[in-house]
Design a protein around this ligand. Sequence first.
Ligand code: XCC
Ligand code: SF4
Length: 629
Amino acid sequence: MYDSSERKKIAAARALDATDQEIIEKAIDDGLTTAWDRLADQQPQCGFGALGVCCNRCAMGPCRIEPFGKKPTRGVCGADADTIVARNLLDDLATGAAAHSDHGREVVEVMLETAEGRSQGYQITDEAKLAAVAAEYGIKTGKRKKEEIAKELAHAFLEEFGTAKGKLQMAGRAPAKTQEVWKKLGIVPRGVDREIVEGMHRVHMGVDAEYTNILLHAMRVSLADGWGGSMIATECSDILFGTPKPIKTRANLGVLSKDKVNIAMHGHNPILSEMIVKAAADPALVKRATEKGAKGINLVGMCCTGNELLMRRGVPVAGTFLDQELAIATGALEAMVVDYQCIFPSLPQTASCYHTKVVTTSVKTKIPGAVFKEFRPENAYDTAKEIVTLAIDNFPNRNPARVRIPAKPIDMMAGFSEETIRKALGGTYKPLIDAIVAGKIRGVVGIVGCNNPKIKQDYGHITLARALIKRNILVVETGCAAIASGKNGLLVPEAADLAGDGLKAVCKALGIPPVLHMGSCVDNSRILVLAAHVANELGVGIGDLPVCGAAPEWYSQKAISIGTYFVSSGVYVVLGIPPKIFGSANVTTLLAAQLQGITNACFAVEPDPLKAADLLEAEINRKRAALKI
Ligand code: XCC
Ligand code: SF4
C-alpha cells in the first residue's frame, strides 16, 4: 500500500491531466490493476521483440536473430533480420489497415441496408454529400430518390473492397503528381481487401524475402487504408449521420454525472454509438431513469467513437485510450458499451470492483466477463434501447461512497471536417495558402494517434502541440491526440493566445482554435483530402506542401498504417514511440532516409516532443524553401 504522497507521485508520473491524476490515485487506493501496473509487470520486455527480430510465423520457429552480429543470424527457414523485421512490420500494418477498413465496410453495409429499407432507426442524412460522392463514382443523381442513389453508391463502395477494376476510385482524389509517384513505385492500391490479403500472403514463410519488396507492399496496403477503407468509412458515416460542423462540447472525466445514469461509449464505429444516442433520448427510457432515482441519462464518449459523437452531436468526451479504466474507476459508470478496437480485455475485471457493466455488441469482439448484446442493423434501435435499459436498471446498484467524479470538465470545440474548413475559408483554400505564403502560418502538422503507458499520458501530444502553435504552425488533430488537446484546453478559440503572432492573428480573424479537431482515426482521411485540395489548387503534389505528421504516443497497429500512408503520400512523420524495426539497419535506413528521395517524405523517431517540434519545423522550412516561399 502507498501513502498519499507516494500515490500523488505515481499519478503525476503516469498522466499529465489533473483529473486523470485524481482518478489514478483513487484506482491505486481501490486496489485496481491498470495498464500502467501491467506494463511494470512486463519488465523487462523482450529485447528481440522490441527490435523486431523475433519471428513466430511458422512451426519450425519461434526464431530470433542475434542483433549484434553473432549467431544465430538466420531463422530455421533461413530468413535474416531484414526479412523478419520487414515481414513483421507488414503484418502489423496490414492488421491496422484491416481494422480501419472492416469498420468502413460495416458502415457501407448499414448504408445499403438503410437504402433498401432493411435497417432500423437509420436514415440518409447528408444528401449534399451523397450527391457529391455519387458524382465522383459516375452515379447519376438528378431527381432520383436519395435511397436509390445511396444503394448504388453502397455497391460502388463495396466494389472498392474487392474491386476487379484494378485501381481504387477513391485514390483518384490524390493529386496527379502524388499518384505519379505511386505509379512509378508500382504501389497504386488496387482494392482494399486485395492489398491486405496479398500482404498476408507475402508474410507467409517462403514467400516475400526481399525487405524492399515487402516494404513497398506495406506502403500499398497503407494507401488502400488511407485512400480506401478509412476514407470510405468517413464519407459513408457523413452521408448517414451528417458531415461535422463546428460544435462545442466538454472533455475529461468530469463529464460524468453524479446524479444521472452514466453510459460511456467506447470503440470506433458510429453505427452503434449513434443509435445509443437516439435510444437515450427516448422519453420512455428517460422516464424509467427517473423512476430508478436518477435525474436523467448522461452519455459520454471515449476514444474514437467518442470522437465520432462529439464531431457530429457534441456528446461530451470522457477521455482518451488510457482513460478507459479510469472511467470505470470513478465508480460512477452504469455501463461501458463497446464495439471494437482499443478495448482493454481487462475491462470486465476492472468493472467487477464496482457496479459497472461492460457491454460488448459485435460478434468480432467478445470479452470474457462482459454482457454480450448482439447489435445488428435490422433491429438496431431495439437493441440500443435494451442496452440503455440495462444501464438504467443498474443505477440503483451504484455505491455513492465509492464514487469520485473530478470537478471540472474543460470546454472544447470540434467538428472541423474538410468541408467545414473549406467553407469557413470562403470555398477555396486560397486564404490559407496566402497565409502560408506570407509566413503568417509556417505550415501544418497533423498530430494523431493514441496513448501508450510507456509515455506519460497526453504529455507528448500536448507538449508538441503547444510548441508547434507557438512557432506559427497550425495543428490539425484526430483520434486520442485530439481528445488530449480537448482536455488540455487547446481546442477553444481563446487558445489562440498561446500561438505565435501570425497564427494567432489568423485564428482570431476566423474565430477558430489554433488546434483543429478533425475527427476520429479513420478521419485522417479528412487530412488527406484537405492536403489534396491544397496541392491541387497549387498544382503540386502533397509531398511539396509544408505539411507534416506526428504520432507522439502511438501504440496501435492502425497507427503504423496511418503513418505509412502519410509518408507514402509525401508527408514526413515523426513517431514518439520507436517502431519495432531497429533490428534491421537496412529497414531502418529505408524508412528513415531513403524514402525521402522517392516520396519526398520519410519517418523519424523522436521521443522528446520538444525535439520532435524542431524536426517538424525544419522539415516545414525545407519544403517552404523548395517552394521558394
Ligand atoms: Fe485507439 Fe481510435 Fe489510437 Fe485512440 S487513437 S488509441 S487507435 S482510439 Ni485512433
Ligand atoms: Fe523461423 Fe522462418 Fe518460421 Fe519465422 S518463418 S518462425 S524465421 S522458420
